[in-house]
Design a protein. Structure first.
Length: 276
């Protein structure tokens, strides 16, 4: 889950690994905040020099960091040094800054909020809604996105209960549903929208979200009715569920003359057209 956190109105790119339950934060963004750099290039250079110095000193507590592809200001994704909470705390201690203590408190708050969300999922939904609002999404789109996620969660819950447990199996079934109703693989649909590591659903139109939800709702109800077990039986249910949404899509397209599947995305909002 990629995210943008704000510290004193300054962006900190972040990623939450739900499997490991670990937050990762962009080191360059944090260096820029602590050193009050006017632009990302100077922050990147500061980190480069600092990283070299720490390596020479044999200090790997911060320099032994991961790299993740995070979105840059130009909308593209680049490999960026990221650190977990422990590494970021050590980084903060290595940079003399009047913002060090406020930043530590902010970092602890981010971690605490995630613990709250695990205990009370509704808080996560509230924050997600606020995040979408800040990104300029309409209330209608937000509601459709969140309803679709609830439908998705019920489907994956069924898969788990029916013996589908591996992540690659989830991806396989999802792709079967998606290809059946759109005529495209998930990968191809992302390519058409100009996406790379972004979440496809975060860049769907309201119509695409609605038909995705219909396909997944249909899949779950068919699987429950037939008591589908294991990967192979759920494959059949997935194809049938996707076909229901495909038929509905074709009927709508025949009536409106408009394609439900679109190349539009939210990377460049100024280029967006209304598609509902």
């Amino acid at each position: 889950m990629d995210n943008i956190k704000l510290f004193e109105d300054k962006k900190v790119r972040s990623h939450y690994d739900s499997d490991k339950e670990i937050w990762y934060f962009s080191i360059v963004d944090i260096v820029g905040i602590l050193t009050d750099q006017p632009n990302i290039a100077r922050a990147r250079n500061y980190w480069k020099v600092m990283k070299s110095r720490l390596l020479k000193e044999g200090n790997e507590s911060v320099t032994n960091c991961n790299q993740l592809k995070l979105q840059s200001e130009d909308g593209k994704f680049y490999k960026t040094d990221v650190g977990n909470v422990e590494q970021i705390f050590r980084l903060v201690q290595s940079i003399p800054s009047p913002k060090a203590e406020p930043f530590k408190q902010w970092l602890a708050k981010v971690g605490y909020e995630r613990l709250q969300e695990i205990q009370d999922p509704s808080l996560s939904m509230d924050r997600a809604r606020e995040n979408w609002k800040n990104k300029g999404r309409s209330e209608k789109w937000i509601q459709q996105r969140m309803t679709g996620q609830e439908t998705r969660n019920k489907l994956t819950d069924y898969w788990k209960e029916s013996g589908v447990t591996e992540k690659d199996e989830f991806a396989l079934l999802t792709n079967i549903i998606h290809q059946e109703w759109t005529g495209l693989t998930v990968k191809k649909h992302k390519e058409i929208k100009g996406l790379k590591s972004q979440n496809l659903r975060d860049h769907m139109s309201e119509a695409e979200l609605l038909f995705t939800a219909l396909a997944e709702l249909s899949t779950r109800q068919i699987a429950e009715t037939t008591n589908a077990k294991g990967l192979n039986e759920n494959k059949k249910a997935s194809k049938k569920g996707g076909a229901i949404a495909k038929n509905a899509r074709k009927e709508l397209e025949a009536k409106t003359g408009k394609s439900v599947v679109t190349e539009e995305n939210f990377l460049h909002p100024k280029k967006l057209k209304k598609n509902s």
